[in-house]
Design a binder for this molecule. Structure first.
Ligand code: HEM
Length: 166
């Protein structure tokens, strides 16, 4: 099954989704937020952030969907749901966790209240609001990169540790 064209295509979609999505998160974290924090004008900073992040949020929603669908398809095709019961597949747990958090934020929390809450906070104290959002992005980027490292090594046969038998 792992050599079938559909499976290989799913892996291609998965990785391209991850590149566009996590690459974008890396840009927002290490370039956009890092330079906006240095801008002295709180209002310009907020306007720019909302403009650029808003555009990226659309890309992130599409790529999160593609990554999740192709990931679950691969699990089904490999009949590998049982991996969730084994700690040595921690990278699968981490990937799924990262995906779940982003899905929750992008599809539920942001449209419901996060965007509005951030705008209000930034109007009251721009430095504090941007420091907080930068910290949150750094945490998510770190977890995402850890997933990528674990997934590439794990998917290609690296055993991080041996689980005790019985
Ligand atoms: C619903 C969430 C996800 C599921 C169900 C899922 C599932 C999978 C599966 C089944 C594989 C193939 C493993 C194998 O060949 O043994 C895989 C590979 C991979 N996944 Fe995910 N994944 C998800 C989310 C993510 C996320 C959020 C990232 C990145 C942050 C990610 C990055 C990768 C990478 C880099 C590979 C390795 C590709 C390769 O080298 O062949 N995945 N994933």
């Amino acid at each position: 099954m792992e050599n079938s064209s559909y499976f290989i295509l799913a892996r291609v979609f998965h990785v391209v989704g991850v590149v566009l999505w996590i690459g974008g998160v890396a840009f927002v974290t290490t370039v956009l937020l890092a330079s906006l924090k240095q801008s002295p004008n709180g209002e310009t900073r907020l306007k720019l952030f909302e403009q650029l992040e808003g555009k990226f949020a659309f890309q992130a929603r599409i790529t999160t969907l593609i990554t999740g669908l192709s990931g679950f398809y691969m699990l089904e095709a490999m009949n590998a749901w049982g991996r969730y019961q084994h700690l040595q597949f921690w990278w699968l747990h981490l990937m799924t966790f990262v995906w779940f958090i982003f899905t929750l934020v992008l599809f539920v929390l942001e449209p419901l209240f996060l965007r509005r809450r951030f705008h209000q906070r930034a109007m009251l104290d721009s430095d504090k609001a941007f420091a907080l959002i930068h910290r949150m992005h750094r945490v998510l980027l770190t977890l995402s990169l850890l997933s990528v490292v674990g997934a590439v090594a794990g998917a290609h046969g690296f055993r991080f540790f041996q689980e005790p038998v019985g």
